[in-house]
Design a protein around this ligand. Sequence first.
Ligand code: NAD
Length: 389
Amino acid sequence: MFNEERRLDQPIRWAMVGGGRGSEIGHAHRAAAARDNFFTLTAGCFDLDPQRNLEFAQNIGVATERCYTNYQAMFDAETARDDGIQAVSVATPNGTHFAICTAALNANLHVICEKPVTFTVAESEQLKALASAKNKIFAVMYGYSGYQTVHQARAMIERGDIGEVRVVNMSFAHGFHNTAIEEHSPGAKWRMNPEISGPSYVLGDLGTHTFYLASLMTELKVDQLSCMRQSFIESRAPLEDNAHVMLKFTSGAVGTLWASSVNAGSMHRQIVRVVGEKGSIEWWDERPNQLLVEMQGEPAKTLERGMGYMADDDAVSCNRIGGGHPEGFFESWANLYHRYALAMDAMDKADTERLDALWYPDIDDGIEGVRLLECCVESADSDSAWVKF
Ligand code: NAD
């Protein structure tokens, strides 16, 4: 069961860049950070529009003098205070992550960054080096990885329940952008603009999540991949609204990843199916309280979150309420924010033993997501040639 008695000496003074009024993901960060009282929202630069920024800060209880019109001003002013912020979450469009995270680390802040972390692997590697030089945590918001069932799948695959993994079938394919919704949605519009979104649209927006989940569950490493991508809404070119990736893993296993925003009629369809020699495990983000286990020759089983047979430590510690009561997206995110806080605390206390024992999506996981995008674009632009990962 989740341990709510585990406390920090003091909550971490925390700020956000981005995530302002009407943003898609700002509230999820604040709700997750607030859940265990490990973070106090102390300052912010939430919105590009100064008036909306200020109103929003006031309405959610951030002191006016700690609401800033740009992130650099926030980092400068906050580092000059004795009670300045200690950590920041970056929830702005992709093209701004590198500059904001660099400035945050230079201001000696721990960072929680949205995905995809940067446009290039080289930039992400620079952030990793800077975080390491500053002794700061760099966490990445792969928000689905706090579900109990994800960790249960990982534990079962690791202990060999389904035998050696042969096939990994991944999809994150929703239908919400099957028409040119970006013509009247600013939140969709930047995602189709390579200057703001980066070298890909659905691969970065969706595929990086599922790729990370599959990597977490299976620990497989990609050797080579081949990708084709297209823009069914032509005005989205050169960015794709649909992509298929074939993967060869170093172990000899193979996989596919379908990322799409034109899967008309679908809500999310974020599914990871791992096929082993003896059976298969399937996880679906729209039903995160259940895990499907199908062993060859036996009736299919549905494992329920919160039950005693969930044996893995990480799976059990993610469980906030007993079986039968549904948990969801906010709990998954809160489980991650919980770990980010513990990691920041351990880093500040130079407690490497505690730090090394903690799992959370970090900059290395962020780098692999960006590497996926680089390789997919290289392959797709060379007629789906196989590319070394
Ligand atoms: P959005 O367009 O809905 O919101 C972006 C917000 O950032 C707006 O409030 C905007 O005013 C603000 N902003 C932009 N530039 C800024 C700057 N320089 N300084 C301060 N504020 C600034 O975008 P979104 O959908 O919330 O996405 C933001 C990031 O989160 C993206 O990187 C996206 O890929 C990621 N995201 C992650 C998940 C997830 O599940 N982890 C889900 C959605 C989005």
